[in-house]
Design a protein around this ligand. Sequence first.
Ligand code: GLC
Length: 444
Amino acid sequence: MGWWTRAAARLGIVTGARVGPGGVAAAALLAAVAVARPAQSVELAISCGALGIELRLCTDGVRAWERKTGNRVEVVSTPNSSNERLALYQQLLSAQADDIDVLQIDVVWPGVLASHLVDLSPYLADAAGQHFATIIANNTVDGRLLAMPWWTDAGLLFYRSDLLEKYGRAPPESWPELAETARLVQEGERAAGHPRIWGFVWQGRAYEGLFCNALEWLVGFGGGTVIDAEGHPTIANPGAEAAFAAARSWVGTISPRGVLNYDEEAARGVFQAGHAVFMRNWPYAWALAQGEDSPVRNKVGVAPLPPAEPGGVGAGTLGGWNLAVSRYSRHPAAAADLVRHLTGAAEQKRRAVTAAYNPTIPALYEDADILRANPFYAQLRPILAEAVARPSRIAGRRYARLSSLVWRATHDIVARGVDPGPRLERLAAEIRRLARRSGWGAVQ
Ligand code: GLC
């Protein structure tokens, strides 16, 4: 976090971290480098995520653009938790700081950050047509194209194909079947001398990722998608109660209690080490599980997240990341050109082949090299097409608040044993109040 600490100190933002003399020396060094550079080259900074090999992927793409243009780019790593990342961006942007030119933003943030982002249409309108129209629409707020799609995500069920085969089980067609298979294999493997194995790992920490998991249970149990298209809360219903009760019953039985503090990487760590039968995660986990040094290499299958009953409707939550340009950037044209390069077809192909980051350009799903590297993409297309969106468009700039109400209630139920019925009633009331204050639709 050295970069963030330096930026925060300069801006007078209190982060709780200290700036050492090294920070000052590094800043002086950067200034010296800037002076030595040819007049026409610019210096930018981009913030990237760092899950798995994400930071390296970002850096490699950035270096290629530097070689092409002669510009320089500092790659700044950000916290894995989507919430913490957003909080840092909000601090920086509300100080109107020009430290970061290009920001990696979550698919649920265009509304939240709208006032701080450049309209990319003048720079990139020609490129926008290549991408999934739904993501371009998601990234367009009040007619302004605020971000270009970088990769898209959908929640998936990963399973240990070797263990399912050993126990004569198929990938589950319902949540109860998943719990039953998880229990059977967990008990069998423990009895066979693998005491640390668990049935199902997922993201149970109180953060954005828990909302993504909860939405998948909700859809599977016919419990709706939290609010309807007009912004009315629909969360207090029997399907939702059943969904949360099911998730609560997994904790301490087929899922370790520690799952209540897991994010994506924690769940992947357990699964990839061979200590879980099933895992809910995003597609990036596939390439890593298939890595040369992965203990579960060639033992992993991917399936859609199930419904409550066979034949019902299940869904993965729609996720994904985009690149936006800060309004406070001193070089918006160069920043937009970096965005063009990173979100373009050649770079998206490289990221898909090396690391299973799903392209946002439909034509790439027909690309032979990409399909060879990711045989599960044939299965993934329909899952992506039917992925369920979080209610970020309707909540707009208040999305982060809405989301925190949902994941706090979810955590109360699954981690603290709070009764789902009354807690979901309270959540509905909280959402109604937020909607009234924010002026969504015609909520009374
Ligand atoms: C993934 C998704 C993103 C989501 C986050 C939650 O990164 O792509 O949309 O908000 O997970 O942890």
